[in-house]
Ligand binder design. Structure first.
Ligand SMILES: [Zn+2]
Length: 418
């Protein structure tokens, strides 16, 4: 696993030590080819589905069972890290390598998957492959062009997909018995707590909100301070107010202003308009709703105090997704058996699992990210933690193979009714 991670790290390696492997770039294509080789070495039969997801399958002993699906993504953000996504794909392949090395065949059919375009190469929407698996693509999505002007459908076709038959990539409900995604945490919780395994409770939902502050642009030299309607000074109070919306004393887990456009944007002009984008995240929908309410109240207050007009427009919303409770306790039990400390935690970032959960019971396992750094060349996880996570994944697959057989379910059902 570790040597394969090193080989993938070299594909798209930048001079700064990072990895640049945007979806469908030549580097991404090379990474997909190498992962295909690894799948074959692990005894899997690789194929590319209509959405350009790379899937390596292994048949099961018993017929009529749903597939145990494991995986993540191979693409990266520009100058990103060497572990985000690729770790989950290679660990999934490693599970099958271990099963093959030990001549173990599962009852369930099983597969390792590398979802296409998780990061959303510029100009396209993120998590294309997993949304295709869930049947959640938007109409006409493959007609979109990326930042370089390439039509997404052509990129999909070049990667082995078929943009005219994207519905073929969908897995009907029941066809996936369970999905597990192993991933680096990308935050500091596990590293600070020195806990090797995170059992993800839920994948945070998020709400972006556009806030526009309209004041009056005027001469920065001649307009007296008392006569100003300075949109940026008002926006600064919004930014501080948003900070207070997040955290234990606020209403959402985190709250961020990450974009700010100042107009007209000249050093000698009192700003007439400021456009902010607010990002609210929580694993509870109600918390996000409360965050929007508080933001509206804040906007009214700041507008009244500053003589500006502040408008609040909720934009994109992604609902929080709770991981399957049965899979969460199964993963926690496996970690206990392996004598690995574990703790529940929310996922701050979005992941493919949130879409697969639309069609199958899904869960995520996290390993620590050193100092919580991710999406940069400094992204790092220790080999010991990476191996521990893969061990939990392997043993979770074995446990799922036992627990998710129909007669295992029947026993639970008759117990419940009896
Ligand atoms: Zn990722």
């Amino acid at each position: 696993l570790i040597s394969r991670l090193e080989r993938l790290r070299a594909i798209g390696a930048s001079v700064h030590g990072g990895v640049t492997r945007p979806a469908f770039s030549p580097a991404d294509v090379r990474a997909r080819h190498l992962a295909t080789d690894f799948m074959r070495q692990a005894g899997l039969r690789p194929r590319v589905d209509a959405a350009a997801n790379l899937i390596g399958s292994a048949p099961g002993h018993q017929s009529g069972l749903g597939t145990l699906l494991l995986g993540s993504h191979l693409d990266t953000v520009p100058n990103g890290g060497a572990f985000d996504g690729v770790y989950g794909v290679l660990a999934a392949i490693e599970v099958f390598q271990s099963l093959r090395d030990h001549r173990v065949t599962l009852d369930h059919p099983a597969a390792a998957i590398a979802f296409s375009n998780e990061e959303g190469t510029p100009g396209t929407l993120p998590m294309f492959g997993s949304r295709a698996v869930a049947g959640m693509l938007e109409r006409g999505e493959s007609d979109r062009r990326d930042a370089a002007g390439h039509v997404l459908g052509n990129l999909l076709a070049d990667a082995g997909g078929d943009p005219t038959r994207l519905d073929m990539a969908r897995w009907p409900v029941g066809s996936i018995a369970a999905f597990l995604e192993l991933h680096i945490e990308q935050g500091p919780v596990l590293d600070r707590a020195q806990t090797p395994i995170g059992v993800v409770e839920a994948i945070s939902g998020r709400q972006t909100v556009a806030v526009t502050v309209a004041g009056t642009a005027s001469h920065g030299g001649t307009t007296p301070m008392a006569n100003r309607r300075d949109a940026l000074v008002a926006a600064a109070q919004i930014v501080l107010g948003v900070r207070d919306l997040g955290g234990p004393s606020g209403v959402t887990r985190v709250a961020t202003v990450g974009e700010c456009v100042v107009l007209p944007g000249a050093w000698n002009v009192v700003p007439g308009e400021v456009r902010l984008i607010v990002d609210l995240r929580d694993i509870r929908s109600e918390a996000i709703e409360r965050g929007i309410d508080r933001l509206r109240a804040l906007a009214d207050r700041v507008g009244a105090d500053s003589g500006t007009t502040v408008t609040v427009t909720p934009a994109q919303r992604v609902e929080p997704v709770w991981c399957d409770p049965r899979l969460r306790s199964l993963v926690a039990n496996v970690a206990d058996e392996l004598d690995l400390a574990h703790q529940p935690l929310p996922s701050g970032a979005g992941h493919d699992a949130q879409w697969v959960s639309c069609v199958a019971p899904s869960a995520m396992i996290f390993v620590p990210s050193t100092r919580g750094i991710s999406h940069t060349p400094e992204e790092h996880s220790s080999p010991a933690d990476l191996i521990a996570g893969a061990d939990v994944l392997l043993n979770s697959v074995l446990a799922m193979d036992r627990a998710l057989r129909p007669h295992a379910t029947d026993r639970t059902a008759s117990h419940a009714t009896g």
